[in-house]
Design a protein around this ligand. Sequence first.
Ligand SMILES: Nc1ncnc2c1ncn2[C@@H]1O[C@H](COP(=O)(O)OP(=O)(O)OP(=O)(O)O)[C@@H](O)[C@H]1O
Length: 329
Amino acid sequence: MPTSSRADGPQPPAAISTAGLRKSYGDKTVLDGIDLHIPAGSVFALLGPNGAGKTTIVKILSTLISADGGQAQVAGHGLATDPQAVRAAIGVTGQFSAVDGLITGEENMLLMADLHHLPKREGRRVAAELLERFDLTEAAKKPASTYSGGMKRRLDIAMTLVGNPRIIFLDEPTTGLDPRSRHNMWQIIRELVTGGVTVFLTTQYLEEADELADRIAVLNHGKIAAEGTAEELKRLIPGGHIRLRFTDPVAYQTAATTLGEATRDDDALTLQIPSDGSQRELRSILDWLDTAGIEADELTVHTPDLDDVFFALTSTDTTHTNQRKETVR
Ligand SMILES: Nc1ncnc2c1ncn2[C@@H]1O[C@H](COP(=O)(O)OP(=O)(O)OP(=O)(O)O)[C@@H](O)[C@H]1O
């Protein structure tokens, strides 16, 4: 699958770059040559099915585990040659959160300030400022175990920011959050980027990547299956179609026979006709259906979205292509 074309001219400096990164566990190859170039000050989203190796990449780039092969530079420092400098430049939050539930939010923050060797007064100032910024001042004296999922994620990011990192890894930052908390987290991420931070995001939510990321990569079978902006990725796959749903099996069978080229779903009694979704093409298909005497119970127009890209690149099953549709009849 081709990667997107970049504009000619010098590339912006990379916050993260990798070449041929490899990792195996036993005889299982998890990463099979990963090349990345993530410009400073951008949001990069890594998508992939469960077990694709997203967390493994984050762990390697944040120096928690080492790669078996390949090279990587993070914040201008070699991962293998200067891991200390990499650690000083990055923050990591997510699945392996640093939040200690037994102590208060404020104590967690002060502990972080100690770890970064901030003088006591400075540590208290930074902690108070970040707790305020992440709307945690009221809860600051309560044990972190009593916090909601959204509050814990906010505390986790606040703790990461104590070290003033230039690059932040967010491993599935909104998994399990309700829609409001998810939107709050997106706002926090946007503000971080406005402040010049580079964000490396892994997510299961395609909408999240679409909302936040400047560039998106899809990881599958140990390789980057495709990489580009959301729009570039959507253009990689054909996916547009008109979907006809029937309730009467006889009407469905008749239509399926008449529309020989439509993709059938006999269980759902639906037919999919490839289409670019344009008004002109829609009109001609509707005229044709009328002429053929086919009357569906529902007709929806579907344009490719990131879900389609994800399904097309990570599986051979193409029946899951029914997101973001507009009912026209
Ligand atoms: N320490 C380990 N020992 C053996 N296998 C491992 C280890 N860590 C990860 N794996 C395997 O490597 C693969 C990739 O795991 P990883 O956690 O990176 O995937 P992921 O894309 O983050 O998945 P998810 O979306 O489910 O979090 C999985 O098959 C996992 O079982």
